[in-house]
Design a protein around this ligand. Structure first.
Ligand code: HEM
Ligand SMILES: *[C@@H]1O[C@H](CO)[C@@H](O)[C@H](O)[C@H]1NC(C)=O
Ligand SMILES: *[C@@H]1O[C@H](CO)[C@@H](O)[C@H](O)[C@H]1NC(C)=O
Ligand SMILES: *[C@@H]1O[C@H](CO)[C@@H](O)[C@H](O)[C@H]1NC(C)=O
Length: 640
C-alpha cells in the first residue's frame, strides 16, 4: 500500500514537471516568434508558492555559479521593477522585452511609443481583470471590469469628476491642509516638534479629503475635536455602529490584505485577532456605505439637491435613481431589467464608491509624503518654491485664495514642477498591468520594427523605468559617482526649454474609438512646463483607461503644498544624531552642522530606495524619515 501511494506521488510529480516543461516550451516558442528580445527565467515570480517562499530559496540560488543564474536571478522578487528601474532594459538592450517563464510570459515596456500603442488600442490590450478581483470586495466596479461592462461603469462613474467638483476638492484640501499644519506646528505656527511619521499624516489628510468629496462627511483632526468643533452629522451617522466611522475605514484599509486574500467565511471564523479586526471593519464599513447610500437614495428620490461634491450622490443619480423613477425599486435591482431603470446594481454602486477610496487615498498621500521628503533633501528647490508661492499669493490669507485664478498659476509654477517631479521618480503605480487575449497575438511597432506580442501574454508598463529613460528626458551631467542625473529630484528640469518641448499633436488624440468620457480630460502637466513625449510620462496611465481622478489628485496636491509652504519649511529631523542644544552650538552652515544633516540625509535616501515595497501602491514600509516643519526664516539646515 505505501508503495502504491509513493508511486502515485511520483506520477503526480512527474506529471507536474512534464506539464511545467510543456508550458515553458510553448511560452518560449511564442517569445521566439515575436521578434521581441526575451529573457528566460525558470521561475514565474508571481507564482503563489514562490511569492510566499522566495526569501528561503533566493540565498541558495545566489550560491549557484553566476554563469547559470545571472541573466534571470534579478527578476525573482516582486520588488525588482523598483530596485532596478531602467537598468534591466539597458542590460537587455531593448526598451521592451519578454520575460519567459513556465507560468506566464510577461512583456515589460519602457518605450514611449510602445506604451502609447498599448494604452490607445484598448481592445487589443485589455486589462488582465483576474488580477483585479481583490478590489471587488464590495462589488464590481470601474477599475475591475473590462469591455462593455467597463464602458458602462465608466460612463456612470465619470460625471462627478467635473471642474465644479474639483472646486470642492480644492476647498476641502485647503481646509484639511491647514488643520494638518496646525497639528504639526501649533496655532501660532512656531512649535517645532519632530514629526516621526509624516506618511501617516498625509494618509489621514487624503482620507479626510476623499471622505468629504465622496460622502459629504467631514472628518476632524484631534485638535479640532478637542477644540469642540461641531460635527453633528458624524454623531448621527455612528448611531447603532460597533465602530466609529473613521476607525472602520482606517482599520479596513490597514488590514485589507487579509480581506483580499482570504475567503470571507474563513476570515469570519478565524481565531486570530487581525482577522477578527479585518472582518469586523469590513462589515462595519460596508454598513456605513450602505447607510450613506440609502440616505442618498432617499434624498435624490425626494428631489432634494445638495450643494458640493458628492461622489455617492452622483453615482446614485448616474445609476438612474431619480425622483421620477419607480419608488418600488429597492433592493438589488438588476440593471436593465424592465421593472426598474437602475443602471448599476446596489452592490456595483458600493463597489465603485469603495474603489474611489482605494484608488484615490494612498496614491495622493504618497505623492505628498515623498514631496516633503525630497524637499527636505533639496533646500535650493524649497527656496524656489517659496518664491513662486509668494509671487502667486502675495501674502494673501488662505481664505482669499481662488480656484479659477490660482490653480492654473500653481500648476505652472514650482509647485506644479515639484508634483510632476515627485510623480516622475516615485509613481505610486510602478507597473500598470495590461495583456493580450488567448490566441490573439497583437502586432506592434517598437523602435521602427514590426513585432508581434504573443497571445495570452501579460504586459507591464514600467512607469518608474520609462520616467528615467534618457531617450525622453533632457538629462544633465552625470554625478561624480556615475549615477545619472535622471535619478535626482530636480523639479527645475520641468522649466528647461519649454520652447523645445516635444510636439503634442498625439496628445490630443483620444482612445482609438474616439471616446472620452471626461474626467481625465486635460493633461498630465501644465502647458507652460516641459512636455515629455506622449507615453514617456504616465503616472496616471493614459488612453481610455487613464486615471479618472487625475485632476482631483492634482488639485489636492497643489492645494496642500501651497498651504504648507506659504509660511513654512520642511527640514530633516536630526534627533537621532544630535540634540537641539547640540545643534544650537554648531555654527550655521559650518561643517559640524552639515555632518549631522548629512547623516540624516543618507538615512533618508537609503530608506527611499530600500525601505520601499509595493502592495496597492509603492510605499515606504520599512521605517520612517522624521521631519520638522519650521517657520520660514528659522531654518537650521538651509543647505542640500
Ligand atoms: C497621485 C494620485 C493618483 C495616481 C498616481 C493615480 C494613478 C492611477 C493609475 C496609474 C491608474 C491606472 C491603473 C491601472 O490601469 O491598473 C488609475 C486608475 C484609476 N484611478 Fe487613479 N491615481 C491617483 C488618484 C486618484 C484619485 C484621487 C481617484 C478618485 C478619487 C482615482 C480614481 C481612479 C479610478 C476610478 C481609476 C480606474 C479608471 C478606469 O479603469 O477606467 N485616482 N489611477
Ligand atoms: C523652537 O521654537 C522655540 C520657540 O517656540 C524657539 O525658541 C527655538 O529656537 C526653536 N528651535 C529651533 C530648533 O528652531
Ligand atoms: C416617492 O416616495 C416619496 C416618499 O415615500 C414621495 O415623497 C415621492 O413623492 C414619491 N415619488 C414618486 C415619483 O412617486
Ligand atoms: C501665512 O502668513 C500670512 C501672513 O501672516 C497669513 O495671512 C496666511 O494665512 C498664512 N498662511 C497659512 C497657510 O497659514
Amino acid at each position: 500500500m505505501p508503495s502504491l501511494i509513493a508511486l502515485a506521488l511520483c506520477v503526480l510529480v512527474a506529471a507536474y514537471f512534464v506539464n511545467y516543461y510543456r508550458c515553458f516550451a510553448s511560452n518560449l516558442g511564442a517569445a521566439k516568434q515575436s521578434g521581441i528580445p526575451y529573457v528566460i527565467s525558470p521561475i514565474y515570480t508571481f507564482n503563489r508558492f514562490w511569492l510566499i517562499t522566495h526569501r528561503l530559496w533566493l540565498p541558495l540560488l545566489h550560491r549557484l555559479p553566476s554563469a547559470w543564474t545571472s541573466s534571470w536571478v534579478g527578476y525573482l522578487t516582486p520588488e525588482w521593477p523598483w530596485r532596478r528601474l531602467h537598468e534591466p532594459f539597458e542590460t537587455v538592450g531593448s526598451d521592451a522585452f519578454i520575460l519567459v517563464s513556465p507560468g506566464h510570459n510577461t512583456l515589460f515596456v519602457a518605450d514611449a511609443e510602445a506604451i502609447t500603442q498599448i494604452t490607445t488600442r484598448r481592445n487589443d490590450f485589455p486589462k488582465p481583470i483576474e488580477m483585479y478581483t481583490s478590489v471587488d470586495i464590495y462589488g464590481k466596479n470601474v477599475v475591475s471590469s473590462e469591455g462593455s461592462n467597463w464602458r458602462h461603469h465608466r460612463k456612470i462613474t465619470s460625471p462627478p469628476f467635473t471642474e465644479k467638483n474639483n472646486h470642492v476638492v480644492w476647498m476641502e484640501s485647503l481646509h484639511q491642509a491647514q488643520a494638518m499644519l496646525t497639528a504639526w506646528v501649533g496655532k501660532d505656527g512656531n512649535k517645532n516638534r519632530t514629526i516621526a511619521d509624516v506618511g501617516a499624516d498625509t494618509m489621514r489628510l487624503s482620507l479626510h479629503v476623499i471622505s468629504r468629496a465622496g460622502f459629504g462627511v467631514r472628518l476632524l483632526w484631534p485638535h479640532e475635536e478637542a477644540g469642540g468643533e461641531a460635527n453633528s452629522n458624524i454623531a448621527e451617522l455612528q448611531k447603532g455602529h460597533a465602530m466609529p466611522y473613521k476607525d472602520a475605514l482606517s482599520l479596513l484599509l490597514d488590514n485589507i490584505l487579509w480581506v483580499f486574500l482570504m475567503p470571507r467565511w474563513m476570515l469570519a471564523n478565524s481565531p486570530l485577532k487581525v482577522h477578527k479586526v479585518a472582518y469586523q471593519s469590513f462589515l462595519e464599513w460596508g454598513k456605513y456605505m450602505n447607510e450613506m447610500y440609502q440616505a442618498k437614495r432617499d434624498e435624490v428620490k425626494s428631489g432634494e439637491t445638495r450643494e458640493g461634491m458628492d461622489l455617492m450622490g452622483a453615482l446614485v443619480r448616474g445609476a438612474g435613481i431619480t425622483p421620477e423613477s419607480s419608488n418600488a425599486s429597492d433592493g438589488d435591482a438588476e440593471k436593465g431589467s424592465t421593472s426598474s431603470k437602475q443602471l448599476l446594481s446596489d452592490s456595483e454602486i458600493l463597489g465603485n464608491a469603495f474603489v474611489f477610496i482605494l484608488a484615490g487615498h494612498e496614491t495622493t498621500a504618497n505623492t505628498l509624503h515623498f514631496s516633503f521628503l525630497y524637499l527636505a533633501l533639496n533646500w535650493a528647490t524649497q527656496e524656489h518654491l517659496h518664491k513662486d508661492i509668494d509671487e502667486i499669493f502675495r501674502g494673501r490669507p488662505v481664505s482669499d485664495w481662488d480656484y479659477e485664478r490660482d490653480v492654473p498659476k500653481l500648476f505652472g509654477s514650482m509647485v506644479g514642477a515639484v508634483m510632476n517631479e515627485e510623480l516622475r521618480l516615485i509613481p505610486p503605480v510602478i507597473g500598470i498591468p495590461k495583456s493580450t487575449g488567448k490566441g490573439q497575438p497583437q502586432p506592434m511597432t517598437v523602435n521602427g520594427r514590426r513585432v508581434v506580442v504573443p497571445g495570452d501574454c501579460y504586459i507591464t508598463l514600467n512607469t518608474a523605468a520609462v520616467h528615467r529613460n534618457p531617450k525622453y528626458w533632457p538629462a544633465g551631467p552625470q554625478r561624480s559617482n556615475g549615477i545619472p542625473d535622471l535619478e535626482d529630484f530636480k523639479p527645475e528640469r520641468w522649466f528647461l526649454d519649454p520652447s523645445k518641448s516635444h510636439t503634442v499633436a498625439a496628445d490630443e488624440a483620444t482612445d482609438s474609438e474616439g471616446e472620452d468620457f471626461g474626467g481625465s480630460k486635460g493633461r498630465d502637466t501644465s502647458e507652460t512646463l516641459f512636455r515629455p513625449p506622449k507615453g514617456a510620462y504616465i503616472p496616471f496611465s493614459d488612453g481610455g483607461r487613464a486615471c479618472l481622478g487625475r485632476r482631483f489628485a492634482q488639485v489636492e496636491v497643489l492645494a496642500v503644498l501651497a498651504v504648507i509652504f506659504q509660511n513654512h519649511t520642511v527640514e530633516l529631523a536630526v534627533d537621532e544624531f544630535a540634540t537641539d542644544e547640540e545643534v544650537e552650538t554648531m555654527p550655521p552652515g559650518g561643517p559640524e552642522r552639515r555632518e549631522v544633516w548629512q547623516k540624516a540625509a543618507d538615512r533618508a535616501r537609503y530608506l527611499m530606495k530600500y525601505g520601499m515595497s509595493t502592495m496597492i501602491t509603492l510605499q515606504m514600509r520599512e521605517g520612517h524619515v522624521p521631519v520638522r516643519f519650521v517657520k520660514r526664516g528659522s531654518e537650521r539646515f538651509a543647505f542640500s
